[in-house]
Design a protein around this ligand. Structure first.
Ligand code: ASP
Length: 347
């Protein structure tokens, strides 16, 4: 016999989006500092201020979007961030997010792409983790911080933000931590994902995703090994920096080479020497987009470097390659395993 209607019929709202408005999500905002928490000082210059956490706790627009808890974790300019501090932040997020629906991290713009990417690699949560910042301090006209925070909280609350890895919301755009870079020193639209573009936007209060990320990787590790260096190729580069890194105990050295992954041939003997000492050499490109490939076979060309034993890092930018190596060495402690992992995971 069929059940009486009221016992099995679930009343759905007429507008599907409003399903998610019935319950406000619980979002933790972790503050780490940066311009978003700074003000102009009497002595001149913009410096960290104390009132940002209180401002957020009383920010009425925020409480209408989500139940928000603010954690005053750090208040530093982001050039002071170290990989170890980034890693500890990631561990904190993994622990805290158990009790929340998502986490928003406010950060300085200067190293934001590095912290966001390291978190992307090592976090185990599938819940939304969103980084945001401001290009203008609390003392400037047209400050962007409050809008970026609201946008980030909206993204952290959205059901489609699950399983996307760490996201970065700036200037109404949603980027992935893997692709995003700071591309301008002063403009409000300072963040971009070169070659790929943002994956979505906040418009004006709705979260819209236009594409998904096909490639994500994780290195779940309990520690980092920070003995990894980065050298940028310039015309006439000689082996001074490389030798100094090797002498100072680098386990791996990332070289941001030219174009497809090419270097001056005069550097080759020092590279060979480094690899003989079991130092992993990883080649990325100093160009803004595109991959390094074994294309050029001349001495110092990407193909030649690969034949000598260097690893080509695909399309990943040098500073992110460095962090990935820190996580890999922290987990495996073994140059051969790290090399194998890198070869398999580079696009
Ligand atoms: N120097 C600042 C920082 O990264 C810049 C910013 O936040 O926009 O802390």
């Amino acid at each position: 016999m069929p059940l009486p209607k009221q016992e099995y019929q679930i009343q759905f709202p007429t507008k599907p989006h409003s399903v998610y408005n019935y319950m406000k999500k619980n979002i933790l905002i972790v503050l780490t500092g940066g311009t978003i928490a700074m003000k102009a000082s009497g002595q001149g210059g913009v410096v960290p201020a104390n009132e940002f956490a209180d401002f957020l706790r009383q920010f009425p627009q925020l409480s209408s979007v989500a139940n928000v808890e603010v954690m005053d974790y750090l208040n530093i300019p982001s050039p002071y961030m170290t990989p170890q501090m980034m890693f500890e932040l990631a561990k904190l997020i993994d622990l805290k997010i158990i009790d929340f629906d998502g986490v928003v991290v406010t950060h300085g713009t200067d190293t934001l792409e590095e912290t966001a990417f390291l978190c992307d690699l090592v976090l185990t949560t599938r819940k939304p983790v969103v980084f945001t910042a401001a290009m203008r301090s609390g003392s400037e006209l047209g400050l962007d911080g409050p809008r970026n925070i609201i946008g980030s909280v909206r993204v952290a609350c959205h059901h489609d933000s699950m399983d996307k890895g760490v996201l970065v919301v700036m200037n109404d755009e949603i980027h992935t931590a893997r692709d995003v870079v700071k591309s301008d020193t002063g403009k409000v639209d300072a963040f971009m994902s070169p070659g790929f573009g943002p994956i979505g936007c906040v418009d004006p209060d709705q979260v819209v995703y236009n594409r998904s990320t096909l490639f994500r990787e994780s290195v779940w590790t309990d520690q980092l090994d920070t003995d990894i260096d980065l050298i940028k190729a310039v015309a006439g580069l000689d082996g001074r920096h490389l030798k100094s890194s090797v002498e100072n105990g680098a386990k791996a050295i990332v070289i941001e080479a030219f174009g497809r992954g090419n270097l001056p041939k005069t550097l080759v003997p020092d590279l060979v020497e480094a690899m003989k000492k079991n130092v992993v050499i990883v080649i990325s490109s100093r160009t803004y987009t595109g991959r390094v490939l074994p294309e050029y076979g001349y001495d110092g060309g990407g193909r030649h470097l690969q034949e000598l034993g260097a690893i080509l890092a695909g399309d990943m930018k040098g500073e992110k390659v460095r962090l990935k190596l820190m996580a890999l060495f922290g987990k495996y402690h073994d140059a051969d395993i790290v090399k194998r992992f890198f070869k398999q995971s580079s696009l």
